[in-house]
Design a protein around this ligand. Structure first.
Ligand SMILES: O=C[C@H](O)[C@H](O)[C@H](O)COP(=O)(O)O
Length: 348
């Protein structure tokens, strides 16, 4: 079905000019991936740009700011949380908000900002004028990405606003250093064997972050256990904050471990991927978790991408990126793009 295209390697020419010398291998790989993603998917004609959260997005903002004020001052940058809001402000980029897009009159249809933006940002090309689609592009990081470009996000507790922005974007682009430094396990500078690109989710990254209402925590934990998550845990602030991590939305995060998730094509006869045989198919689990009362959002980005949603003539964007950029240890950037853009009509 919707596996990503075979690997495309962009060599060192993706590297930005004047790479700071002090960057570790990991940081340099993220920076190269970010610059390449911006080079490929940032157009000077764009108006609304979504900015994700995490350590990789820092370089996306750097790459965009390097385009110069004459380009960026005409744009509006939509954050996905307090960190990205600060990044936008500190880079001198115009700050917007996903809930503050101006209402616009188009023809005799009274449209909210989201619908009108859709017209402004080129859905006419697809013959879908007037459909809801607000941002030209959104860039974000990810904790793990599978071969169909399903993602786990929320390692930095920002998943709800990230999904809100990603699903409002015509193009959602993921940028991920593919080498992860395990500082806790390896105190000195060593790139450990933990890679964000995996055939299946929950291979190296072991838990799904779920943003929840604090009052519902005990019930949600019990339900997660019945769904096959052996030890769901409320994320704690550690030395930075006594007690649970509180998200930008005043919620808590539960990190729910599950065995590696299957794809639809993995399912054998009689196995519906509903956890009954020990394996969850990624869409089934994402949908099931979202149905639990008290869950604000699930850190699984699955289903369709924005182009597939638009091609199906439906409103909104998709959860999955249309392309993912991985910074490699050897200095190259691996790019994976969605292979089939029209193939998943029935999936949410
Ligand atoms: O909650 C945080 C976000 O989902 C991040 O985009 C994700 O955790 C990846 O972060 P990083 O770029 O720091 O690896």
């Amino acid at each position: 079905m919707a596996t990503s295209n075979p690997v495309v390697l962009a060599s060192q020419n993706a590297a930005p000019l004047a790479e700071p010398k002090a960057l570790s291998t990991v940081e340099a790989s993220k920076r190269r991936a970010a610059y390449k993603a911006v080079e490929d998917h940032f157009d000077t004609s764009y108006k609304y740009i979504g900015i994700g959260s995490g350590s990789t997005v820092v370089y996306v903002v750097e790459a965009i700011a390097a385009k110069g004020r004459e380009v960026t001052s005409k744009m509006v940058f939509i954050p996905t949380g307090d960190q990205s809001k600060q990044l936008i402000i500190e880079a001198g980029l115009p700050l917007g908000s996903i809930d503050a897009l101006p209402p616009v009159e188009v023809g005799h249809i009274k449209m909210d900002g989201i619908s009108a933006l859709n017209v402004a940002t080129g859905l006419q090309d697809l013959g879908l004028k007037g459909k809801r689609q607000s941002l030209d592009v959104a860039f974000d990081g990810a904790d793990e990405i599978d071969e169909e470009l399903n993602c786990i996000k929320g390692g930095g507790a920002c998943l709800f606003q990230e999904k809100l922005v990603a699903t409002a974007a015509k193009k959602f682009i993921c940028v991920a250093g593919n080498i992860v430094l395990l500082r806790e396990l390896v105190p000195k500078l060593i790139a450990a064997d933990s890679r964000k690109l995996q055939p299946r989710l929950l291979t190296k990254w072991k838990t799904i972050p779920i943003e929840i209402a604090p009052l519902a925590a005990p019930t949600i934990k019990r339900i997660l256990i019945t769904l096959g998550s052996p030890d769901p845990t409320i994320r704690q602030g550690g030395s930075a904050k006594a007690g649970p991590v509180v998200t930008d939305n005043g919620m808590w995060i539960i990190d729910a471990p599950f065995p590696p998730l299957g794809l639809h094509s993995d399912l054998k006869h009689g196995d519906h991927g509903d956890g009954e045989h020990g394996t969850w198919e990624v869409h089934n689990l994402g949908r099931r978790l979202k149905r639990i009362v008290g869950v604000l959002e699930v850190g699984l980005f699955h289903g369709r991408n924005g182009i597939q949603v638009a091609a199906a003539g439906e409103e909104g964007g998709g959860q999955k990126p249309v392309a993912a950029y991985f910074g490699m240890e050897n200095g190259e950037v691996e790019v994976r793009t969605a292979k089939e853009v029209h193939g998943v009509k029935s999936r949410p």
